[in-house]
Design a protein around this ligand. Sequence first.
Ligand SMILES: Cc1ncc(COP(=O)(O)O)c(C=O)c1O
Length: 385
Amino acid sequence: MIPVNEPLIGKQEEAYVRECLHTGWISSSGRFIEQFEEKWADYCGKKFGVAVSSGTAALQVALGCIGLEPGDRVVLPTFTIISCALAVIYNGGIPVLADCDPHTWCLSPEGVKDAIDREVQAGNAHRLKAIMPVHIYGHPVDVDPILELADTYSLTVLEDAAEAHGAEYLAGRTGGSAAWKRCGGLSDLAVFSFYANKAITTGEGGMVITDNAMFAEKARSLRNLCFRPEQRFLHTEAGHNFRMTNIQAAIGLGQLERIETILEKKKAIGKAYGERLSDLRDLMLPIEEPWAKSIYWMFGIVLEEETGINASQMAQRLRDKGIDTRPFFLGMHEQPVFHKMGLFKNEKYPVSERLARQGLYLPSGLTLTESQIDEVAEAVRNILT
Ligand SMILES: Cc1ncc(COP(=O)(O)O)c(C=O)c1O
């Protein structure tokens, strides 16, 4: 079976992990934690990094930094992982959904505008606290118009860059001072996942990055049970044990040292699939907007309805040929768990609904060979023609 992803662990990671084992620095203290935090934040153009145990934990901590009151609203895409909506709920807030852009599959600025208008009309303007753009499958969200909306309504912007390590966005392109910036470095606060299928991995892991010293301090406290330095076992706030270990950070640091090679390989896979599949009219492939440099974290395809084949049928046919795939996200508004909570009932987001039914992603891991790409592309072509 050609896997969707396989992590590629290098010699440097091995050497750093061995150092942890030999020196005994295996818990959440040690030199690799600090170095990984510093270097990752710096790579993304931010001052502070707070490493945690997963991307999901990072979202929870980041929303904890914003400090939601019960009933506060956070606008986020319906087309994302459940971690985003759950983090809002676990922090006492209410997720407000928005549809995504049909070409980039990322949170659309128009969708955000609609969501905000809906809340304003419902008399909830004062409860709006934040917007969470999620960069999908390696392509950046068009963040500038979202930052403008955030400015208008005094909202904090929290990027979820779990799937877009090193992806770039041309910020300020309408204002005359355009500059390429890395995802995660575009807003007040950002989170990453370093799960094993991410471009840079620590096995399990995540990070919150920010320029805001108060957010950083709060994030450090929240990840470590809100112990107080002056009186360790006296707690005035509720935190979590979301600490990352030195061993995980050692793997992350080793990976970060060769991030350029890793991202080149990702982009090469994206280009190779593009070359082999772009003539198939029944297939929508990932695009790269002129204001974006995608890392093609996962190579998604969306089948036109005219093919008579949906994503799960395509996945089954590819599996029969020894090729593994993953379905696209199912929107948050279609999740029974949220309907049970009384959320999102009867809400409709047509772009996300279509992507959920017609979209899937192909093997895109760092160990993928040229001949495997040929095999996958050929299999897709044979099914469609
Ligand atoms: C966009 C996005 N955000 C957050 C997460 C959650 O990260 P983790 O799996 O590390 O908890 C993921 C998934 O892996 C993701 O794809």
